[in-house]
Write a protein that binds this ligand. Structure first.
Ligand code: ADP
Ligand code: MG
Length: 464
């Protein structure tokens, strides 16, 4: 099956960090042949961390340390290196290194995380960005990324013990732990060359966390008897929102260093982002998935021309994610409801084939309106609406009425989230998390027996 390849951008639609000062109380320098690696291995540590680190560096069997040296002394880090490190079992760490890392996690987990505002991202200014601003941003992103990983590690540890023991949850934990190991070793860059190196690490970090949602989902599903549905929703909501933030910071810094399209982007923010154009390309992509599943594809129609021209400064990959999920829901409902009506004989014409049925599919109507504070986008389908009995569940993670007929729900869970028309039950809650990330809203009005209206509200950045 196809992956989510319709993106016009090289960023990922899914998730990255901001301004805390790291106390400069001590340091440990590790010399390497590469100037970038010297920067990366030179960390500021508080006295107890320094002691611990000194123990670590004098310890003979330092397999992971050697890996770090190899990693940072080569001019470029291969994907395999990073994946090897991030996938390595945490139990392979020697006791002293583990203790040192634990202390770092403890310290970073106490750092406050800055909220991420579109205004702040835009304030970095159009390319070319000055070396000073770029290096400062790299230092900031590194600190916040490290702190955000530490916060996530603490949150995972605070889960009930039987949940932490679940193999899928512990796999997620290991990815975070090993990402922390890598990122916490990096010092702020002093040169553009060092910044390039950090960008590679950030790219690999984003990649290491890309396909983790189905793993997380499986873990919570397997451990469901040990944790209430409300608790799962609350834990997952925090986790996935934090993930969006961490990813946002990393991707923004990557895009600042390697501009996507300098005339239209500041970092990952498109200054004149056009929701209608994104909806159109997303509809084509979702249409292909729908065609594979049902052999039928509804189409979208815009009901006002003015709305199609509306632009807003926004992160386009966030809109791609939201529109993909909303259109999947709308297309699925439209096709299934039309099929049901056809079986019940309640459609007007005599329908004998899918070709006839295709002509009966009502379009998904899109209205885009500019408001004094931003943009409202309404996606209206005539797919029969949401039964009142399940309306209160639709925002729960893992809630889905989709049955792929394969008996085991993990047939869907195992597929990458973008590839299936439905089934993970993450579409609505995660879309709402994306919408609210920059202060927007996602609301649903269902007309049971008729259709569903979904309203996405986006705010224009105040100083934009
Ligand atoms: N436009 C819609 N029309 C009818 N039902 C919908 C619509 N959008 C969402 N739903 C209901 O909400 C449930 C949860 O949606 P979602 O979070 O996207 O998960 P999934 O699509 O994987 O089931 C769906 O399974 C479906 O029952
Ligand atoms: Mg869905």
């Amino acid at each position: 099956m196809k992956r989510l390849t319709h993106s016009r951008f090289r960023l990922f639609a899914d998730t990255v960090l901001p301004k805390t000062s790291c106390r400069r109380l001590g340091s440990l320098a590790v010399v390497s042949s590469n100037p970038a690696s010297n920067c990366l291995m030179h960390r500021q540590l508080s006295p107890h961390h320094r002691d611990c680190r000194n123990h670590v560096s004098s310890f003979k069997h330092r397999l992971s340390k050697i890996e770090f040296l190899r990693l940072f002394s080569s001019s470029s880090v291969s994907m395999q290196d990073f994946h090897h490190l991030t996938k390595k079992n945490t139990e392979e760490l020697d006791h002293l290194e583990r203790t040192a890392l634990e202390r770092l996690i403890y310290e970073y987990a106490s750092f406050e995380l800055d909220p991420i505002h579109l205004e702040d991202l835009l304030a970095l200014g159009k390319p070319p960005i000055s070396e000073k601003v770029l290096l400062e941003n790299a230092a900031y992103v590194l600190r916040q990324t490290t702190a955000r990983l530490a916060h996530r590690l603490q949150a995972l540890r605070n889960l009930p013990y039987l949940i932490v023991l679940n193999p899928s949850i512990s796999q997620i934990y290991s990815i975070y732990f090993n990402s922390f190991r890598v990122v916490s070793q990096i010092n702020p860059p002093k040169t553009l060359e060092e910044n390039d190196y950090i960008v590679e690490i950030l790219e690999q970090l984003v990649s290491a966390h890309t396909d983790t949602i189905p793993i997380l989902s499986r873990g919570f599903w397997e451990a469901r008897q040990y944790i209430s549905a409300e608790e799962v929703t609350s834990v997952l909501d925090k986790h996935l929102r934090a993930r969006i933030g961490t990813r946002m910071l990393a991707e923004n810094h990557i895009a600042l260093t390697r501009p996507i399209d300098p005339a239209h982007f500041i970092g990952a923010v498109e200054v004149d982002c056009n929701p209608a154009a994104i909806l159109q390309s997303t509809a084509t992509f979702v249409g292909d998935i729908c065609d594979l599943k049902y052999g039928l594809v509804p189409h979208i129609e815009f009901d006002n021309q003015k709305g199609q021209a509306v632009t807003i400064p926004y992160v386009p990959v966030h809109l791609e994610y939201i529109f993909t999920e909303l259109l999947k829901n709308a297309f699925r409902a439209t096709v299934e409801f039309t099929q049901k009506q056809s079986q019940e004989g309640s459609l007007s014409s005599d329908l004998n084939s899918d070709k006839d049925l295709a002509s009966q599919l009502p379009p998904v109507m899109v209205t885009i309106v500019k408001t004094s504070t931003g943009v409202i986008i309404r996606i209206r389908d005539r797919g029969g609406g949401i039964p009142p009995a399940i309306e209160r569940n639709i925002w729960d993670y893992s809630f889905s009425t989709f049955d792929d007929g394969e008996g085991d729900g993990f047939a869907t869970l195992n597929a990458a989230p973008g590839n299936s028309i439905a089934g993970l039950g993450y579409g609505l809650p995660l879309s709402r998390a994306y919408a609210e990330f920059f202060g927007g809203k996602l609301q649903i009005q269902s007309y049971f027996g008729w259709g569903t209206d979904v309203y996405l509200t986006l705010n224009t950045p105040k100083k934009a």
